[in-house]
Design a protein around this ligand. Sequence first.
Ligand SMILES: [Zn+2]
Length: 841
Amino acid sequence: MRKLLLYLFISFFTITSTQAQQPKKPNASEIFESLKKLNFLGSVLYVAAHPDDENTRLISYMANHVKARTAYLSLTRGDGGQNLIGPEIRELLGVIRTQELLAARRTDGGEQRFTRANDFGYSKHPDETLAIWNKEEVLSDVVLAIRQFKPDIIINRFDHRSPGTTHGHHTSSAMLSVEAFDLANNPSIYPEQVKKHGTWQPNREFFNTSWWFYGSQEKFDKADKSKLLNFDIGTYYASNGLSNTEIASLSRSQHKSQGFGNTGTRGSQQEYIELIKGEIPKDKNNIFEGIDTTWNRVSGGNAIGNILYQVEKDFDFTNPSASIPELLKAYQRIEKLEDNHWKQIKSEEIKNLIYNCAGLYLEAAAENNHATANETVHLNIELINRASENVQLKTLQINNETPLLEEKTLVKNEKIGLKKSFSVKKDQEPTTPYWLTKKGTLGMYQVNDKSWIGKPETPRYFNVTFGLNIQGIAISYTKPIIYKTNDPVKGEVYKPFEIITEASAKIAEKVIIFENDKPKEIPVLVKAGRDNLEGFVEIAYPNGWSVFPEKQKFAIANKGQEQTLIFTIIPPKNQSEGLITPMVHVADKTYTKELIEMEYDHIPFQTVLLPSESKIVRLDIQKKGENIAYIEGAGDVIPESLQQIGYNVVTIKPEDINTETLSKFDAVVVGIRAYNTVEALKFKQQILFDFVANGGNMIVQYNTNRRLKTEQLAPYSLTLSRDRVTDENAKVTLLKPEHELLNFPNKITEKDFEGWTQERGLYFPDKWSKEFTPILSMHDKGESAKKGSLLVAKHGKGYYIYTGLSFFREFPAGVSGAYRLFANMLSIGKENIHAVNTIKN
Ligand SMILES: [Zn+2]
């Protein structure tokens, strides 16, 4: 009893630490929980498609209550999503969301895996998904995940039997998981994997169902539940003072880029899973029924269990180090296990337990978070043993080189500081997310080193291995080299140690639009990765364009500093597009990459090298009107994009929308999902419609049909639907080729719909009153024609336009047809613009 009280008393909760990079420093109750986990030999693999698909309640329950090794296999890294916390999209968003998944797993106790599949955007059907992904490669990655992780249980987030009812990636994840369940144990399938990892037959596979899939709670209550298992995932963990559902919310809240902040709930709550493969357990609460999850599972495990179950019983919360002698005995036996799979896992777990019971702290910190090839890196090494155990340092091994003899006794609670250094190899490649080093396809990342497939991050090459002797037993610990500093506000800040190139360059604008043949001056930022960097920069550019001057010299004194060089880009006379890349020449080397750094508190500092390139587009574009008012919605790049084609764009706040302000503008553009996100707009609609009646143009971009802040989207009736056209190459039919919108001032043809990216559009209206004229028709394969993508209505002297076309995706990609069409939308009815202006003035 005394133990239990103490146990509750000393439970400090550390999950909420805001610094994702700091090493874990578990307290006694956390150590005890990992001891219980050491004594459980069973695994669960959860499978879905995207970061944020995973059910963190169930993952946390399996990891923390059942104590199973629990991993989430997310087929993609979520590149196709939106970013609510910063400007990063696509690959860089994928890097952020990878790290958000890792942060979620640090919170709920799971592990994280991926495949090479790329989140290319919304997909209606698994047929389309599996045609764009390389199905064979993704399937082989799922089979690999099963053979490496060796789960007893697989749980799919989605139903493999309902294609077309959810995102095609979702259904595909479940279909591939079901297929892989049957293949993983077949040695003739992907035999090269079998050589390294063997085969594996999981015991059961489930679908993580809920009442929602049955249509209603009522229908679910009546449904046959003979194939369902259920768990109370609201269980309370006295060891950390949290309900499982509270941990799940903390975990879910790591998906900050998706705006998934989540408030914890408490109390009993049932979670259901439906058996789809294997035998149904008799005990509907025991997912592992019939599977030996004790130490008896492995040959030679019995003796280990005898030691470790006793350690669990005798665990002293006031002195965890009392467990060390028995843990060492068990460690030696684990090292002799024949079962390589469990040997590796349990060896790592028990080593960490010994480390934590001894209050050991081993760290190797570099003096900077970046170094370049050939640089000498100085390390501050810290070692401390805070237990009475006899601990000695025997060797230090830096970056897996030959170990250095370094005999020191770690006297209780006396810190040892060592200074070491190493030279980065001359030909050392820079560190960057491994899946981004080679250009992939729309659906797949290309990974050259096959041993990295599935890994969440590039394995850390720079590390220090501490060869210790604890009570006469050799145990080594490998720690990645880190950088740490003190931030006056945040306190101790950790950053990963990375290798960068000695020079990098970037052009801030990723798309540069030339609306006529006037040259533009483009700043190129050169950044030094080391001191005293000198060289010159030239620009690679497409045929028909020219750049002046041809080369420019630069000289930068200090590492980390930048120098700006201005180049003049001269466009051709006619419509043309291509890429420009700054090339930095230093001695005999040429650098063409851009260094991108991302700093967010919930994930470790990220360093990414990507090809430095910007798209240049010479548009054949005419336009009328000058001043555009922009009302912000959920975030798009309308202001920058329209400025690029020569408009004067002013962002106005909802509270500033009034007749007088609007009278200065030719048109108002409403940002994407503004009527879903901006409450105040509902009071401003009449003023906006009056502006249109008085001769202004109003362009409203897509909104979702759920949670609209107003029913009155337009001056005439208009009903939003979920119609979308996800094939960016879907044929576009001009319903009214003679309409002003398609002729003035730019003649729009089918050619203007070439080269679109990711999709045509979404949430098109499917009903509208007769005042509206539908301009375009398009549809995805096998669907009926959708005519609501671009609707225009004359209202008084002006025009109201509603469009679900994805201008927010096409503008950042520099799609010329999208710019030309948008210019027409702004220009409609403005033939006599100058006359109107004269009267106004
Ligand atoms: Zn998803």
